[in-house]
Design a protein. Structure first.
Length: 309
């Protein structure tokens, strides 16, 4: 039987697990009281992160779409190459259109659909043009990262939405509207009979989608494996600490906004982080999905560049 080696990464993740379990124990008893104590409603702190807290997830598709667009040459088959370009363009423009639609959280926009389409096409075109200025070798190296980030986003969003429809937990702000907390349920109680009430967002408290979206900022830490200047211990530590702080601040803001309970934000953030760790392990561990075609391309270009010198 092989021994488990206590690496710094393993120790940190074990500590994170202990903190999560401890915080969930507190939430199990004091969920409602914590929401009452932190309630801020429409305060600046709550509203600011209600808008910007989700941006890490919203930016994945449009930015990674550009990377996918410029990796069409990794495929010798012409149809596959064209398909990759079309997919990259669709992800880029579609991602910015979705981003534009979400701008209504910041301000009311007339003719929203038309605005979002124009916004998406213009920013999508700008993104693809900027991508043409980046060294193709870096684009090839980032291909694995882009596919990983897109899959991570799709999986985490799907998991959060499925759980919301299973738990059907009432939000604290909706309890305030009716003037009582009779609808409060502890996080461990599943309320499947409320599915028909989900459409208005009243019963989608558990887990927190905003905190899950905020946790997508950990993708920055994954970039350390692809950007040489970031591949340093000090940079990795700084990025990971920054990601934890950002996610935690967004989590607190969701409680202050009366949108979620402590247990909601804990599960939304930590579960998304676990999905990130699992998919990163699957995509980048030796012998797994290593996108050898991109590695061969990068290796070939580097050898060619070296020969040219």
């Amino acid at each position: 039987m092989s021994k488990i080696r206590l690496t710094p990464s393993l120790i940190i993740n074990l500590a994170a697990f202990v903190c999560f379990v401890s915080a969930m124990a507190v939430a199990t008893v004091y969920d409602l009281r914590i929401s009452e104590a932190l309630s801020d409603g429409d305060g600046f702190f709550a509203m600011f992160f209600a808008v910007f807290g989700e941006y890490p997830a919203y930016l994945v598709l449009p930015l990674c779409g550009v990377i996918v667009f410029y990796n069409h040459d990794l495929f010798s088959d012409r149809r596959a190459s064209i398909g990759i370009r079309l997919a990259g363009a669709a992800l880029t423009v579609g991602g910015w259109i979705f981003f534009g639609i979400q701008s209504t959280k910041l301000t009311e926009i007339p003719y929203l659909t038309g605005f979002a389409v124009i916004f998406g096409v213009l920013l999508g075109a700008a993104g693809i043009w900027i991508g043409s200025l980046i060294d193709r070798r870096y684009m090839h190296r980032l291909f694995r990262f882009a596919v990983f980030a897109i899959v991570f986003t799709l999986v985490s969003v799907a998991v959060m939405q499925i759980m919301k429809h299973i738990w059907c937990r009432m939000r604290y702000r909706d309890m305030l509207k009716v003037g009582n907390t009779d609808g409060f349920t502890p996080w461990y109680r599943i309320m499947l009979g409320r599915e028909d009430m989900i459409e208005g967002g009243d019963y989608t408290s558990f887990p927190s989608g905003h905190t899950s979206s905020a946790a997508h900022i950990f993708l920055l830490a994954a970039l350390c494996d692809f950007i040489p200047s970031w591949n340093k211990k000090s940079v990795r530590i700084a990025l990971n600490c920054g990601c934890v702080v950002f996610t935690a601040v967004v989590a607190v803001s969701r409680i202050a906004a009366n949108a979620h309970f402590l247990s909601d934000v804990l599960v939304g953030g930590y579960l998304t982080y676990l999905i990130y760790l699992a998919l990163r392990k699957a995509f980048f561990s030796k012998g797994k999905l290593n996108f050898a075609i991109a590695e061969r391309s990068v290796s070939g270009e580097e050898k060619e560049a070296e020969f040219g010198r």
